[in-house]
Design a protein. Structure first.
Length: 306
């Protein structure tokens, strides 16, 4: 199997490392910066004898070497700095996304795209339109990361293993994201039965601003270890046809009463990409929050078209 990672920056290079060390595939790292993908790919390859894997790692500025990829993870673009919102990245990153996807679609017409660049849901829209790919093969990474953050905070709050936790965060990848405490569990028990509403609200708020918390600590960029893990979990489910149900940004046409928009909902990921959109029954307030989040995404997509 062959996976191309576009953008050899923090998220891209870390994703390449995880893909190789988990022995999931060969990896091609592409970037416009000359020498950067070559240098990082070579450095990762030189770690292989110690990490004990035989993945082939290539770094390049030439899309020719990406031809025939099964999956392409797109992390190209600028990250935010303190004080910036993800939406501030819209213009720059949509131009980058268009040019990247044009090259990818030409060289790997059958690939499944995993979009990472922000603002996430709008970038999925750009990739969907620029590729002309079926909606089953354009998938945005946001919910897996946001859910992992929620799980991390739940585990710390209750002093239990993160492995005991499960969580769902739906909606757009921004301040309007929708963590669902009713569907977030510890050892199968909903957290609504384990914690007071105030305690849950505090964890929900921290999850919503989880990206900004890291940006303000790092000062020089945004989160990348957990984002890379999240993208690789999605790629693994596709490469191994695991059929994991994960919250991902996908193009909805009527599901959850949302039409013609990328938004985060639970989907089944297998070898053909999105194999099913899972519709869970939401309570009125949860459904209203999801619609509000969809409205925020729609206004960004409209702003791009204007
Ligand atoms: P970074 O700045 O470390 O890396 C970005 C790389 O993209 C750079 O190496 C740059 O040279 C490259 N690049 C720029 N234009 C390009 C082009 N036309 N073709 C190929 N490569 C190009 O940034 P980082 O931290 O890796 O973040 C990447 C993106 O992912 C950002 O937009 C960030 O906001 C987003 N992100 C999204 C997350 C999510 O949950 N969806 C989580 C974390 C980051």
């Amino acid at each position: 199997k062959k996976v191309t990672v576009v953008g050899a920056g923090n998220v891209g290079a870390t994703a390449a490392q995880r893909l190789a060390e988990k022995q999931l595939c060969d990896v091609v790292l592409v970037d416009i910066a000359e020498g950067l993908p070559q240098g990082k790919a070579l450095d990762l390859a030189e770690a292989a004898p110690i990490e004990k894997h035989d993945a082939c790692l290539t770094g390049t500025n030439d899309y020719g070497e990406t031809a025939g990829s099964d999956i392409v993870i797109i992390t190209a673009g600028i990250p935010r700095k303190p004080g910036m919102s993800r939406d501030d990245l819209l213009k720059t990153n949509s131009d980058i996304m268009k040019s990247v996807v044009k090259n990818i679609a030409e060289k790997s017409p059958d690939a499944i795209l995993i979009i990472v660049s922000n603002p996430l849901d709008a970038m999925c829209h750009v990739a969907f339109e620029a590729s002309g790919f079926d909606k089953k093969r354009v998938i945005g990474m946001a919910g897996v990361l946001d859910s992992a953050r929620f799980r991390c905070f739940i585990a710390r709050e209750l002093n239990v293993s993160v492995e005991n936790t499960h969580a769902f965060v739906l909606g757009g990848h921004g301040d309007t994201m929708v963590p669902l405490p009713r569907f977030s569990t510890v050892a199968g028990i909903p957290i609504t039965e384990l914690m007071s509403k105030d305690r849950i609200d505090a964890l929900v708020d921290r999850t919503r601003t989880g990206g900004a918390e890291i940006v303000s600590l790092l000062k020089t960029g945004s989160a990348f270890y957990a984002p890379a893990s999240a993208a690789v979990e999605m790629a693994e489910s596709i490469l191994k046809d695991k059929k994991k149900i994960l919250p991902c940004a996908v193009y909805l046409e009527g599901e959850y009463n949302i039409n013609g928009l990328f938004i985060g909902v639970p989907v089944k990921l297998g070898s053909t990409g999105i194999e099913e959109v899972i519709e869970i029954e939401l309570k009125d307030d949860e459904a209203a929050d999801l619609q509000k989040s969809a409205d925020a995404v729609r206004s960004l997509v409209d702003a791009m078209a204007a």
